[in-house]
Design a protein around this ligand. Structure first.
Ligand SMILES: [Zn+2]
Length: 1027
């Protein structure tokens, strides 16, 4: 690695890095070029090539094929990306609410002909270096994607996936476990009451505790009532127990057939090998069928409809009296018309995105509701698309007013159209999205084409985004009223329109519980004594199968020796701009420049801390310099790929009671727009607007609503953050910035009648945070652009120099860590960390009652920091406990959607997700520690845990994010390599040893938190704090 401390400008001009792959800019025999050799009509392994197309915008070559015997469709996207992806999607179009496609999606992953062991899918997670493995059930298709950077691994996973999808066992016990079953509450006690259990049953109960999800589901069902979109493909919880095992097998036989399948592969691995394997292991065993799965168009209504639904009240709603949702939904055209879909999604953005859009002005700014309805804008996930517009968080009496506004706004759009600059801003955004390199590009492509292809649209046409842009520009040129006419046709003159309102019902949960109880009683009453005996015995059988030591040796696996022994080095250069330290990282960013800055909070008075997340969320949205907030939003869209600020709390890598606190500025732009982006940042530093209380109120309401909505989805994150609160100084600050404490704080702010006081704190915070003396920056760009970027950054720094104020840190206990780890302490720029040597971790158990039918449980234990010699063992241990114990106990037996353990920030954290159990899960956590200490695991278990940890450690990092770990936390490549070597060295002895020393009762300081429904056990136990 090259280092020097002179000014970076001078140095970068004559420096060339030694790239690992020096030809990345001019790849000669690349995957994209190799794919161009294929020709239409060519036969390969049972397939015929139909079309070969270059897509220069996305740097790929698309090869379209059809399987001769079965008619299976195939698309390969050859691209010079090591993160290869496979996906197979089946068109699954259920006609009832039993959730049959969803339960099938779970059950096929439970074992297959060639891989008959239980749960090969979850087992492969630990036998592979996959970067992604999952399965999804959409409204009308089911998709099985995986990705990996390792060729051998690709073949292994492909073999397991093909066998699972086309030759699953579909055993009755798998159906019981994954779908639903009647079982004694305590399976070992035949006198305990019978209850419903099952993974999907509980998953869907959890999903329907989310009001946004409830609303979206109703809206789709009611807008397309006549075919498959009229039912819940995931399963209506109370309809799930109507599904039989025979129906499940029948659905598989009719839907999971190659003639109903679409295969997609992506990346730099050769196509022929994929085709050969797919032909040999699956397709050669089938003959063509005529699957009856096509979705007919929804018959158009001749007049609009209205409907109403209820939901559970939201305890966190910013205003309890305003919890209604209302939206109007319009049926649009067929999504297989690619250009029409492109036009309508652009039109949708113009209508609703950002403060310059007509609906933002007419619906959001008058503050009738807290935010747009959860379903808003263009939705192309159904055969015919839809557009929805409305509000959530509104009062019932405003219903008529909102309907009127929607109709009027559409009239205004038809009359006035859109400003040209807004259209340009949107097209610019599309350009940025095409250039930005993400690490999961293959997966994004697979999901992008899935719906259109599912209905026999042309996926290649969909990839040619520039063609659509060109066609769009021409359409506008030919007819300036092009967009207005679309609005007239699809909105004003459209009689297939649904107005759906939703209001909270105090008795909603109670009614659900009662309905479930009635359903249960009906099932139970129909049982004879011998049926009950049968159920008891099946319950025991399932339990014994679940508890048996499992032989997974039939599954392919990588070995620990397949893992790269050393990490790929990311070279960075340190320099300064206007006295501020800068990290430069040259990357193939494809014409984008990424700029970040970390600003310390060390001088910020303690009483302002709670306000920092609010400050971050509004500072780029209030207007700056000569721009009001609308113009600012417009400039940001026209010139950048986004500008944002967020809190950043980073624990030190070697000391548990030390951390850096700050906010992180993040932004990106096309190279040509660099001066404009820095100009915007200068205005935000020098003259942000803090005078518009009405604007602030709109932003506060929207973020309070977002936070409240997020709990039912991310409850485990809130539980974990809370459990960590009393264990480290970092944990405490993270709760302040992003935990339940912050959610409640924002709710209080949103309820304040007068925000002038809040408005006045913003400039106070700004003076402390946007201060170049407490700042360091990072730039990622191409080598060609780096010196120019450095020059622009220098300019920016001199423009904001007047914000330099030498302020005293609030705390005196500050430790400095050099930014350049090889520099002598005190010789160069440093990160300033807060030390709290007197921090006393303490036990704490907190319960948050929530209107959900399921729990989120977490327990957190203070352990050791990243560089400690035991950290690697704890890391491997967390994976092994998750895969070999917690998954089985919490998900398979307990019926929760998920659960496990993880390490980070000096903590060992247990969690469960959408869990029917609460305090029982805490004892499962404890038992998992006994399980490790008893040593009942094998070398294979340890090796699998290592593979699983390394697949996370080595997961691909996008060019935009390279070097960020080092920039934020000071974790250098050398520290990472040392950690890597410790991971390799972990043994069975070290696992048992750390489990005893850190996790054993009496050895640990732990915090516990649960979010969930009213809980009698906790209520009676005084050791709990109930919030
Ligand atoms: Zn599921």
């Amino acid at each position: 690695m090259f280092r020097q401390s002179k000014t970076v400008l001078q140095k970068l001009r004559n420096l060339r890095f030694q790239w690992q792959n020096p030809s990345w800019r001019f790849r000669s025999t690349s995957a994209t070029e190799r794919a161009l050799q294929y020709q239409a009509g060519q036969k390969i392994h049972g397939f015929t090539v139909k079309e070969v197309v270059t897509v220069p915008d996305l740097f790929l070559t698309a090869v379209k094929l059809t399987h001769d015997n079965t008619g299976a469709q195939y698309l390969h996207a050859a691209r010079d990306d090591k993160n290869n992806l496979f996906s197979v999607q089946l068109r699954t179009t259920p006609m009832d609410n039993t959730g049959v496609p969803h339960i099938l999606e779970h059950t096929v992953l439970c074992g297959s002909e060639k891989y008959p062991c239980r749960d090969p899918f979850f087992k492969m997670l630990n036998r592979s270096l996959s970067t992604f493995m999952n399965a999804f059930t959409a409204s009308d298709f089911t998709m099985y994607p995986f990705s990996t950077q390792n060729g051998k691994d690709f073949q292994n996973l492909l073999s397991v996936y093909l066998d699972a999808v086309f030759f699953p066992c579909l055993r009755e016990l798998d159906f019981w476990q994954e779908g639903w079953r009647l079982e004694n509450e305590k399976p070992t006690d035949p006198t305990s009451p019978l209850v419903f259990k099952g993974v999907v049953f509980n998953e869907m109960k959890g999903a329907f505790s989310d009001n946004e999800r409830v609303y979206a589901q109703h809206l789709q069902n009611k807008l397309y009532p006549d075919h498959t979109y009229g039912v819940v493909s995931g399963g209506e919880p109370l309809a799930i127990p109507d599904l039989s095992w025979e129906q499940l097998k029948h659905f598989h036989a009719t839907h999971y057939h190659p003639s109903n399948a679409r295969f997609f592969t992506y990346g730099d691995l050769p196509l022929e090998q994929h085709l050969k394997q797919i032909q040999e292991e699956a397709l050669s065993k089938f003959e063509r069928t005529e699957p009856d799965t096509a979705v007919p168009n929804q018959p158009h209504w001749d007049r609009p409809r209205e409907d109403h639904v209820t939901c559970s009240p939201d305890a966190m709603a910013p205003d309890a009296a305003k919890q209604n949702t209302l939206c109007m939904s319009y049926l649009l055209g067929d999504i297989t018309d690619t250009f029409e879909g492109f036009t309508l999604s652009l039109l949708s953005s113009l209508m609703i995105s950002g403060p310059n859009s007509p609906f933002y002005k007419t619906l959001i700014e008058p503050k009738i509701g807290t935010n747009f309805s959860s379903v808003v804008g263009y939705d192309g996930s159904t055969k015919e698309a839809s557009f929805s517009i409305g509000l959530q968080g509104m009062a019932e009496e405003d219903t008529e007013k909102v309907k009127q506004i929607i109709v009027q706004t559409i009239d205004e759009i038809i009359a006035n159209g859109f400003e040209e600059e807004r259209i340009e801003a949107l097209l610019h955004k599309i350009e940025i999205q095409m250039k930005h390199q993400s690490t999961s590009f293959g997966l994004s492509l697979a999901s992008y084409i899935a719906s259109c292809w599912n209905h026999d649209g042309d996926p290649v046409q969909l990839l040619k985004i520039s063609d659509s842009v060109t066609q769009f520009r021409e359409a506008l040129k030919d007819n300036p009223r092009f967009l207005q006419e679309k609005v007239l046709h699809y909105f004003k003159d459209n009689t297939h329109r649904l107005t759906l309102s939703m209001s909270p019902d105090e008795a909603y949960l109670e009614k659900q519980v009662k309905a479930e109880e009635e359903k249960l009683q009906k099932k139970v009453q129909a049982l004879s004594e011998s049926d009950k005996k049968d159920i008891y015995e099946k319950g025991l059988e399932l339990l014994s199968v679940q508890s048996k030591i499992q032989d997974a040796s039939c599954l392919p696996a990588l070995k620990v020796s397949d893992i790269e022994p050393t990490i790929a080095v990311t070279p960075v250069e340190m320099g300064t701009a206007g006295g501020v330290p800068v990290q430069y990282c040259e990357q193939p960013t494809n014409g984008m420049v990424y700029f970040r800055a970390m600003c310390s909070l060390n001088t910020l008075p303690e009483d302002l801390k709670l306000y920092v997340p609010l400050f971050c969320s509004v500072i780029t949205k209030m207007g700056c310099g000569g721009l009001d907030y609308r113009q600012q939003a417009q400039q940001m869209e026209l010139k950048t790929g986004g500008m944002s600020i967020s809190t950043s709390v980073n624990p030190d890598y070697s000391n548990m009671d030390m951390y850096e606190q700050g906010v992180l500025l993040s932004s990106s732009c096309l190279e040509r727009n660099l001066p404009d982006m820095f100009h915007l940042w200068s205005d935000i530093f020098n003259s942000p607007h803090f005078d518009d209380e009405e604007r602030l109120r709109v932003l506060v309401m929207m973020s309070a609503q977002e936070l409240a909505n997020g709990i039912s989805y991310s409850g485990h994150m809130y539980a974990m953050t809370r459990a960590a609160r009393s264990l480290t100084p970092t944990g405490e600050l993270q709760e302040t910035f992003g935990g339940m404490e912050q959610v409640k704080f924002m709710k209080r702010i949103a309820e304040m009648p007068d925000l002038t006081q809040v408005l006045r704190t913003l400039p106070r915070i700004k003076r402390h945070i946007l201060n170049p003396l407490n700042m360091r920056c990072a730039v990622n760009s191409t080598p060609q652009k780096m010196s120019d970027a450095a020059g622009q950054l220098d300019n920016f720094m001199s423009n904001v120099a007047s914000n330099k104020k030498d302020r005293k840190p609030v705390r005196s206990d500050i430790t400095e860590r050099p930014l350049d780890p090889l520099a002598a302490p005190g010789s160069g720029p440093s990160r300033k960390l807060i030390t709290e040597p007197n921090f006393k971790p303490c036990q704490m158990k907190t319960f948050f009652p929530m209107p959900f039918p399921i729990n989120f449980v977490s327990e957190c234990i203070r352990t050791v920091p990243f560089t400690h010699e035991d950290y690697a063992s704890l890391n491997i241990l967390s994976r092994m406990m998750t895969a070999k114990y917690l998954h089985r106990e919490i998900r398979e037996k307990g019926g929760a959607y998920g659960g496990g353990a993880r390490v980070g920030g000096g903590l060992f954290t247990f969690y469960s997700y959408r869990d029917p159990n609460s305090v029982q899960t805490l004892s499962t956590f404890r038992k998992s520690v006994d399980w490790v200490r008893s040593g009942q695991f094998t070398q294979q278990d340890i090796d699998e845990a290592k593979l699983s940890v390394f697949s996370a450690v080595d997961s691909p990092v996008a060019p935009s994010n390279k070097g960020m770990g080092r920039f934020l936390s000071g974790i250098t490549d050398e520290l990472k390599q040392a950690h890597r070597e410790r991971l390799f060295a972990v043994t069975d002895k070290s696992l048992v040893d750390v489990a005893g020393r850190y996790l054993g009762i009496g050895q640990r300081t732990c915090g516990v938190a649960i979010l969930g429904p009213e809980n009698d056990i906790i209520k009676k136990d005084p050791s709990w704090v109930v919030k």
